[in-house]
Design a protein around this ligand. Structure first.
Ligand code: IFM
Length: 425
């Protein structure tokens, strides 16, 4: 069978985040949020999660290496590293060092995210990302991580999916702090991008050769009725707010309308990345709806769509991955697909989904996108935020009650791609 080859040195891995897999992150804002009835749709809690902090990380990552993966993207938990403002916990740094050493021994390149949705309680208590103090605190933490882990980690992701966080947590009410205030959302977005830029510079001061980037979730948004002027207009605005504004900040160092007022330009953000990470899950078709006031008068009507409880990951649409990679090409930086996957509790769709999306990455490379790696979300089933344990994304099934593991059929499909550096044409 004809096969499509990837460049030598291409990173093949999976992605996870601290709160979703470590267990007992009791000192962060999400842990607190989960305790309130109604916040998590299936009434579950993160609890022991995948028990990574107690040592199962090493076992699961060994399995990842056996499955042919040569990299893993994971995050460090701010609330463990800095449990009180300005106070670091040496034991937590040591735990992560052991994990990164283990990954190196296995031949897994660590790609480390510094902020993946969870804040220490002290940071949440002072207003979270609406407070400008977090910009400097985050940069200081980033420098500390570079100092303590720089011999083991050279690829850093600063902030994961700033727009998703802002949409759900600050402009929206479904994630902590759940303020539901658009102005708070705009302020938080600005601080997240400034925090990214400050961390970018802080890491480079300590570790000049580090590769530092930011991770954007960029769904493809298209008008439901391609020629309808109102559908086109609302699609344009949704794309502006969700996708384009951040790219504009990186390219030009300014937030232009609709984010210009009441915000200031952000010159430090311009050019502040060595690579860009793309998280891609699907396509949304947007239809004008005068009642959709919170969403710029656009309602998502794509069918079929992958949804559960509160979250809608959109329509499976591999072409959208090619499209967004080619869009990011204009930034002139290397790219990683830092997340791509599907909520598929029965593992029926996932095997084909992986092959189709890896092919989509190959098409983007052929058309000039400098893509250096692909990270499937996720290695293991884990705590899926507001959906709790009811939304399964892993290549390896996890029973959160018994901690039993079972590789799914899709794990072998992905392993074949990783081992051969090729995908069937
Ligand atoms: O689980 C999340 C992850 O934390 C961020 N990106 C999307 C995934 C699936 O919803």
């Amino acid at each position: 069978m004809a096969r499509l080859s990837f460049p030598d040195g291409f990173l093949w891995g999976t992605a996870t985040s601290s709160h979703q897999v470590e267990g007992y992150n009791v000192n962060n804002d999400w842990w607190q949020w989960e305790q309130h009835p109604g916040h998590i749709h299936d009434h579950s809690r993160s609890g022991a999660a995948c028990d990574w902090w107690n040592g199962r990380a090493e076992e699961d990552l060994s399995l990842a290496a056996q499955l042919g993966q040569n990299a893993h993207r994971l995050s460090v938990e701010w609330s463990r590293l800095e449990p009180a403002c300005g106070v670091y916990n040496p034991a937590a740094f040591e735990r992560y060092r052991r994990l990164f050493q283990h990954m190196r021994t296995l031949g897994l390149t660590p790609v480390v995210t510094l902020y993946h949705f969870t804040l220490p309680r002290w940071a949440a208590n002072i207003g979270g990302w609406t407070n400008p103090l977090l910009v400097s605190r985050f940069a200081t933490l980033a420098a500390e991580c570079a100092r303590r882990f720089g011999d083991l980690v050279s690829i850093w992701c600063t902030v994961n999916e700033p727009a998703v966080l802002v949409y759900n947590a600050y402009a929206g009410r479904v994630w902590p702090p759940g303020t539901g205030n658009l102005l708070h959302g705009l302020r938080a977005l600005r601080h997240l991008l400034l925090a990214h830029a400050a961390a970018y510079r802080a890491i480079h001061e300590v570790q000049p050769d580090a590769q530092v980037g930011i991770v954007f979730n960029m769904p493809l948004l298209e008008p439901a009725r391609p020629h309808h002027p109102l559908d086109r207009q609302v699609t344009f605005w949704q794309d502006w707010v969700f996708n384009e504004a951040k790219l504009r900040a990186l390219r030009a160092g300014v937030f232009v309308p609709p984010l210009a007022f009441p915000l200031q330009p952000a010159p430090h953000v311009q050019g502040s990345c060595d690579f860009v990470g793309l998280n891609y899950y699907g396509r949304y078709l947007v239809r004008f709806d005068v009642t959709a006031t919170g969403d710029f008068f656009g309602r998502h009507v794509q069918q079929p769509t992958v949804s559960r409880g509160h979250t809608d990951w959109g329509q499976i649409y591999p072409e959208g991955l090619t499209h967004q990679l080619l869009r990011l090409r204009a930034l002139g930086r290397p790219l990683y697909v830092t997340e791509n996957g599907v909520c598929d509790n029965l593992d029926v769709v996932r095997p084909g989904h992986i092959v189709e999306h890896v092919r989509a990455v190959h098409r983007a490379i052929q058309q000039g996108a400098d893509v250096r790696g692909y990270f499937h979300w996720s290695l293991v089933d884990n705590f899926e935020w507001v959906e709790g344990w009811s939304a399964r994304f892993g290549l390896i099934a996890v029973n959160p009650f018994t901690q039993e593991r079972r590789p799914k059929a899709s794990a072998e499909v992905y392993a074949e791609i990783c081992r051969t550096n090729r995908v069937p044409a």
